[in-house]
Design a binder for this molecule. Sequence first.
Ligand code: NAG
Ligand code: NAG
Ligand code: NAG
Ligand code: NAG
Length: 261
Amino acid sequence: MLSRKAWVFISLLCITAISVFSKSSWILSVYHDSFPPQNASLCGCDKCLKEYDPWFSELMNASPEPFLAMKSNISQDTFTWWKGIQFEKRSFSYYNTTVERIFQVFPPSPDFAESSPDHCRTCAVVGNSGNLNGSRYGPLIDFHEIVIRMNHEKKIYIWLKANKDLVMILSPAFMKYVHFVWLKNKGHYPSTGFLTLILSMHMCDEVSVFGFGADRAGNWNHYYEILKNQRLRTGNHHGNLEYELIQELYQRQKISFFRGW
Ligand SMILES: *[C@@H]1O[C@H](CO)[C@@H](O)[C@H](O)[C@H]1NC(C)=O
Ligand SMILES: *[C@@H]1O[C@H](CO)[C@@H](O)[C@H](O)[C@H]1NC(C)=O
Ligand SMILES: *[C@@H]1O[C@H](CO)[C@@H](O)[C@H](O)[C@H]1NC(C)=O
Ligand SMILES: *[C@@H]1O[C@H](CO)[C@@H](O)[C@H](O)[C@H]1NC(C)=O
């Protein structure tokens, strides 16, 4: 088993603690990032998320592998960016050693089936916005094959107890990609919710989004924080820009968006 210190680092490494529930099994993603400019049976849904759209496909094509594998290499640039959003400042070699140790415990490469014309993989991405309260979306959310939720890193222990073979770690390169490519380097780093939404579009054929954005009164107070640094409590996530992108994805029919009010 890893020492306590290593566990703490894991939770920092997984600053985005994301759980993915599937009715039959847990599924996580390796994907092939090609979105050809034709739309022949990319998946088994009526409309596949990965159908070509100039704006969308360009953003998606720029993505690295979303999940870390034992053999993943991250560049010095990526490490430096990622270190900038961590609470604990450690060296690249400490990171490398930790990643090595992590993959002695967790599966060395993510296990995920690609999209296929035989299957329509539907996902619900459930954010933490207060606008979920009283929305009665429960049954609708459960209707999806995969439910993706975000949680505080504290709770990662509880998930780990569930089954370590189901743990996958988001790559720092993917986080950096979301920040630079989607958010054009605005704000300090992407919110966990937004990261998860972009991740889901790489994993799923159809994405429904719940619990994102402001509540009826315009409050963003339930958005999750990545860091526990008081100084960084507000203003880092560029919530409006993220929300505009969600609207754009909705208008282009890439996602369904359930606003909750
Ligand atoms: C393929 O996608 C293009 C652009 O979205 C659309 O105009 C066209 O009708 C689609 N073709 C088929 C066969 O669905
Ligand atoms: C990681 O780096 C090694 C050595 O430079 C290289 O052989 C390997 O192909 C790289 N792996 C990936 C996934 O880029
Ligand atoms: C950490 O690993 C990467 C490859 O993933 C390598 O390029 C880098 O030099 C290593 N850094 C240190 C300090 O060991
Ligand atoms: C959810 O809404 C109910 C009814 O309006 C309210 O009593 C409760 O405090 C709300 N819960 C949260 C966590 O905001």
